[in-house]
Write a protein that binds this ligand. Structure first.
Ligand code: 13P
Ligand code: SF4
Length: 295
């Protein structure tokens, strides 16, 4: 057991998919882009990251001088490993004028082979600013297709990964939810399949969906993303109603983060996130390039 962590020394970050009680106790709740920005801006020596492992790793890579803890170190996004270094090497060898764009939902090792990292909040802007004509977008085929549809001047090659939870929601479910709530608008995460995205009033990141709902005159919304997002939606828009496309729209890994697990970190029982130096150094370049190009 290590030393207890003073709460005053720590910034507690939570993703919108963390359980409601964990979000309620955090210093800042956001999407993966805003959380990375907040980690970089923090002057606290410790970050307690209530998210999945790629989020904690990215914070550690961007802030090597800070101690970063994941309350649930085994909370792992399955998409993080849905591309390989060999696939990247093969593409680099065969396609000229190529940028390798790696979605932040990926292992540190994959990021270390990226020209730039993106999140769902900034992918269109960041890719539009790359000079290369050819874009290899991995691992998420759904987000990749969403970005490609907005950038016809680029030539895209896609990975084969996806979020098993977002990819499982269907247009039939969305239609049924809209039929049950006439007048509601459908808001989707960009990780959803094409048929769901095509029906949506808005497609983007979790923070984008929340901002859209907040700014819209509509009073009811069908939400195609992880159910934890409903907590912030209801908090920000108490007069509006939100319905998920499916009742089990849940990320089991995000739900491993409990208040007890957070307490355990403060009690000195956490294991700091470490990323081996050569991997972290290369991945940092790609993450920092994202922060620059997303400005
Ligand atoms: P955001 O980029 O909206 O935070 O989404 C992250 C994620 O894991 C979506 O499944
Ligand atoms: Fe990964 Fe999907 Fe969970 Fe997001 S919702 S962290 S993409 S498994």
């Amino acid at each position: 057991m290590g030393n207890c962590i003073d709460r005053a020394d720590a910034l507690v970050l939570a993703h919108y998919y963390a359980p409601d009680v964990v979000q309620a106790a955090a210093d800042f709740v956001g999407d993966s882009f805003a959380l990375a920005q907040r980690a970089v801006a923090s002057d606290k020596p410790v970050i307690v990251f209530c998210g999945v492992s790629f989020m904690g790793e990215s914070a550690k890579i961007l802030c090597p001088e800070k101690q970063v803890y994941l309350p649930a170190p085994d909370a792992h996004c399955p998409m993080a490993d849905m591309a390989t270094e060999e696939e990247i090497a093969a593409m680099r060898a065969s396609v000229p004028d190529l940028a390798v764009v790696v979605y932040v939902n990926s292992s540190a090792r994959l990021k270390s082979h990226a020209d730039v990292v993106v999140t769902s909040a900034n992918a269109v802007k960041v890719v539009s600013r790359l000079k290369e004509k050819n874009i290899y977008f991995i691992p998420d085929k759904n987000l990749g297709a969403f970005v490609a549809a907005q950038l016809p001047e680029k030539n895209f090659y896609f990975g084969h990964g996806c979020c098993p939870i977002h990819n499982a929601t269907t247009a039939d479910e969305a239609r049924a939810a809209l039929a049950a709530h006439p007048g509601a608008l459908l808001l989707s995460h960009a990780e959803c399949p094409a048929a769901v995205r095509a029906m949506s009033a808005f497609v983007g990141s979790t923070a984008g969906m929340i901002a859209y709902a907040e700014g819209s005159d509509a009073k009811e919304f069908v939400i195609a993303t992880e159910a934890g997002t409903l907590y912030e939606l209801s908090r920000r828009c108490p007069e509006k109603k939100f319905y998920p496309t499916r009742t089990d729209f849940l990320c089991a890994d995000m739900k491993k983060i409990t208040p007890e697990a957070v307490e355990n970190v403060f009690a000195g029982n956490g294991i700091p996130v470490e990323v081996e130096a050569p991997v972290a150094d290369r991945a940092r370049r790609a993450l920092r390039r994202m922060l620059e190009l997303a400005q």
